[in-house]
Design a protein. Sequence first.
Length: 501
Amino acid sequence: MKLNPENISLDILRRLWGGADARLDDASMHRVANSAAAVERIVAGGETVYGVNTGFGLLASTRIPGDRLAELQTNLILSHSAGLGNALPRRVTRLMIILKLLGLGRGHSGVRPLVIDALQRLIDGGAMPLIPSQGSVGASGDLAPLAHLISALMGYGRICFGDEVLPATAALERLGLAPLQLGPKEGLALINGTQASTALALDALFQGERVFAAAIAAGALSVDALKGSAKPFDPRLSELRGQPGQIRVAAAIAELLEGSEILTSHIKCSRVQDPYSFRCQPQVMGASLDLLQNAARTLTIEAAAVTDNPIVFADDDTAISGGNFHAQPVAFAADTIAIALCEVGSISERRVSVLVDPKMSGLPAFLTEDSGVNSGLMIPQVTAAALVSENKTLAYPASVDSIPTSAGQEDHVSMAPIAARKAGEIARNAAGVIAVELMAAAEGIDYHAPLKTSARLQAIHAEVRAHSPHFTADRYWADEMSALQSAVLAGEIAAGGVAFS
């Protein structure tokens, strides 16, 4: 893809997250060159500009002589390469680099085209710097993560080719790149920005999209396993409330249940209402969908935003110091994703609890006929409960916290990368909960044979059975649960009709 930073959509970002090849378009490169030329003129004119010929943070009033400007930028990167923790996943690092290219491609950062080319070579060569996941508070940009990215281009740290990790100098040699020598403003332009936080949040969002779709499928399958009612999914109910997510979820579940023999077999039964976790799916899942949609809009805007400092305006050679690097929008979006996905997992676990309880479901205890000798899905439900409890703890918003840094100069920070990392963990935990529900619901469906569920849900059932066969006796569950969790995260189990936009 040729990327135009001024026209980025969620679908484009999803494709980039999935590994699509991309580079900036010609118009972007023209803007980059103009911006770099403006910085040259500003430096030549002797004007004092933050980060170009001054120190950083509390040292902003310290003027740096012209013959030490290159040293200033180099020291900036090295001193800020101070992260800790496990390395970011390759897909997140790759997306982070692409987001940095998008921001720089707007032409307000003052970097030279050769910097763009160096970042592009990392993507084209599949060479991902090892970037520690901890160390950013999400203001003044994601300083430490982005510094580790740029220090790798300068020959410091390590770079990964697939499973092979090399010293950065050796990796650059393999790519045919000389170590990057930074010019005025470039170091600051490269480490100021919200690209690490935004990449992590988008990663959580796109994983969450798949979890959400699988949860809709699992929820509908559970309704049929319970011999539950389809009346709560009548579109007239949701239209009267008017919440868009609720309307979409009700329609998706109704469509999945359409044509089920199991559903029609009990149409005149005496049961009046199902538990909330079954009949309130449109209300709970719909509210989660609306939150996820709002987060998606915020992150789509942020993906191509100019978030470094100072911002260069080439039309009149001005550089304005501001605060676009503050990641509060990303922090709120990530916390929203976390809360929404926490609830997706929570309501799913409650459906599992109903299905394994013979008093509630009318099915064999723990979905095994020979109970006592066999425990059935007793402990998978406990695992789901444990994941939900863990998610509740993780869902506490990071965005409401702040701690002053840089000797008080940076006295309010967003904690966006922490919020985004937690959201990703919640998505993966929720996928595990959905995996357990899929196992329970599939087993419940089997007990209603020879009656069949709908054609759409039969396809979901078959996908579950590809990873977890029907059981008549206890067996080793962990591998099946893990396989289904991976299938959820891979987008292999989807209901359709609820994709984010």
